[in-house]
Design a protein around this ligand. Sequence first.
Ligand SMILES: [Zn+2]
Length: 204
Amino acid sequence: MRDLLAGVTQFQKDTFPKKQTRFEELAGGQSPEALFITCSDSRVNPELFTNSEPGEIFVIRNAGNIVGRKGEADLGMAATIEYAVKALKVPQIIVCGHAKCGAMQGLMSPEAVASLPEVGKWVALSKEALDDQSGDPNTDRLTQLIEANIRLQLRNLMTFPEVAEAVEAGRLQLHGWLYDFATGKVSVLTPENNLFVDSNVRIA
Ligand SMILES: [Zn+2]
């Protein structure tokens, strides 16, 4: 097993001094660019693949990047959304799913999580995604479900009054992303056709 505290020592020696000014400035407060909702999967490193500096993204993670509807979401999710939107006034919320998501695999194949009852109950919050037929039929079933779950969580976000109000007032944008850790690529949900398009194509 790797010694994580040795990693902390290394960070203090090599990385921290390079960003020390930034960290000291942040002691005065934060003003992140986004609330970033993604999966707990260890292969997904949002600060790394968005090239973000400390203070730039406000992150909440759980298995399957599941938001849930208002009242159905867990307290941690509801409180984090409330704080991000009402106190920090983030201009965007990104729901970022990822390739090969184990939580979505569990939703697709409940027998795979039969021995994990809490996981089963948790991923079942996304069961509506199983009925979503709007994905690209040329992709595999798991990818279609991962995409459908991102669409569902964006709809769920709109059940939070503070989110809906900020979106309607034009102060807040919602985005759906799909990250593939094996290639480093991000696909972005295109509102016009509800499909995911390579972020480089989207920007071009
Ligand atoms: Zn995942």
